[in-house]
Design a protein around this ligand. Structure first.
Ligand code: SAH
Length: 254
C-alpha cells in the first residue's frame, strides 16, 4: 500500500514545542485529521485538506483516517501533547486491530510530542524528578472503581501523580473525590501543581498545599501534579513563585 498515516504530537500549545520531526510529518501530509482546535494549529497551505471533527468520536476519526490512507493519501492525525498519552495513537491501533485487514499493510508512524505533564513540570522545577505515575481521571472509558483503585495504589506507593482530564462539566465531582483519597495518606503541606493551558496565551500555574486545594481550581485544560511525600518547595524572595522538586534519592541521601 502506498498510503501513509502518521499520528503527530503537536505539543502543549507553544509552536516552539513542536519537534522538527513532527513539523516535517505535517509538511508531508495531504490530509490533516483531528479534533478542531488541533487541526487549527496546523498552518494552511494550498492542497492541504483539513478534516476537523468533534472530540468524542476518536474511533470513528481513526477509521476515517485509515480509510483515507488506504486510498493512497498521506494522512497526519493530530493530537495535543504526545499522541500516545491518552490520545489518538491508541485509537488508531485499536481501529487497526479490529478493522479492515488491509489496514495492517499501511505504514503507520507515531511522532512524539511534549506531553502536558512534562511541560507543566518544567514550569515549576522538577516535581517528577523521582518516581511518578500518570493517570487520566476520566471515567468515560473505564469505571470509577478502577480509577480509585489505581489512585490509592499510586498514593500508597508514594509516587508523585500527574492527573490528566481532571474535571469537566460532565465529570464535576471526580477531582474532589481524588483529592480526598490522596489526603487520607499524604500530608496537608503536600504541594499540588495546577498547570492550566501550558504554552498557550492563557497559561496559569498555581502551587497549592493539599489541605487548601479545591477541584474548582482546575478545568479541563488543567494538568494536576500531586507531589510525593518527598516533594519539596524552595521558597523564593519577594513573593516569587517557589520552585518545586522531588529529589531522586529516597529517605537518606545514599
Ligand atoms: N495527549 C495529551 C493529553 C490528552 S488528555 C498530552 O500528551 O498532553 C487531555 C488532558 O491533557 C487535559 O484534560 C489536560 O489535563 C491535559 N492537557 C493537555 N494540554 C494541556 C496544556 N497545554 N496545559 C495543561 N494541561 C493540558
Amino acid at each position: 500500500m502506498t498510503g501513509l498515516l502518521t499520528i503527530v504530537g503537536l505539543g502543549p500549545g507553544d509552536p516552539r514545542y513542536l519537534t522538527p520531526s513532527a513539523s516535517d510529518a505535517l509538511a508531508l501530509a495531504t490530509d490533516i485529521v483531528g479534533y478542531g482546535p488541533y487541526v487549527d494549529r496546523v498552518p494552511e497551505r494550498p492542497g492541504l485538506r483539513r478534516h476537523a471533527s468533534d472530540n468524542r468520536v476518536e474511533l470513528d476519526r481513526a477509521r476515517f483516517a485509515l480509510d483515507l490512507a488506504a486510498k493512497g493519501a498521506r494522512v497526519a492525525v493530530v493530537s495535543g501533547g504526545d499522541p500516545g498519552v491518552f490520545a489518538m495513537a491508541a485509537a488508531v491501533f485499536e481501529a487497526v486491530e479490529n478493522g479492515d485487514p488491509k489496514w495492517r499493510g499501511l505504514d503507520i508512524r507515531v511522532e512524539p510530542g511534549i506531553t502536558a505533564m512534562l511541560a507543566a513540570a518544567a514550569r515549576v522545577g522538577a516535581p517528577l524528578g523521582g518516581d511518578f505515575c500518570a493517570m487520566s481521571l476520566s471515567d468515560n472509558l473505564k469505571p470509577w472503581d478502577v480509577v480509585e483503585a489505581r489512585l490509592r495504589a499510586a498514593v500508597a506507593a508514594d509516587f508523585a501523580v500527574a492527573l490528566y482530564n481532571p474535571i469537566s462539566s460532565a465529570r464535576p465531582w471526580q477531582l474532589g473525590a481524588a483529592f480526598k483519597i490522596v489526603a487520607e495518606t499524604r500530608g496537608p503541606d503536600t504541594p499540588v501543581i495546577l498547570a492550566r493551558a501550558v504554552g498557550r496565551p492563557d497559561e496559569r500555574i498555581r502551587i497549592v498545599p493539599l489541605a487548601e486545594v479545591e477541584a474548582s481550581m482546575a478545568d479541563m485544560s488543567t494538568l494536576v501534579i500531586i507531589g510525593a511525600s518527598t516533594t519539596r518547595l524552595i521558597e523564593r524572595p519577594d513573593g516569587e513563585t517557589p520552585y518545586v522538586y522531588t529529589p531522586r534519592f529516597y529517605g537518606e541521601r545514599p
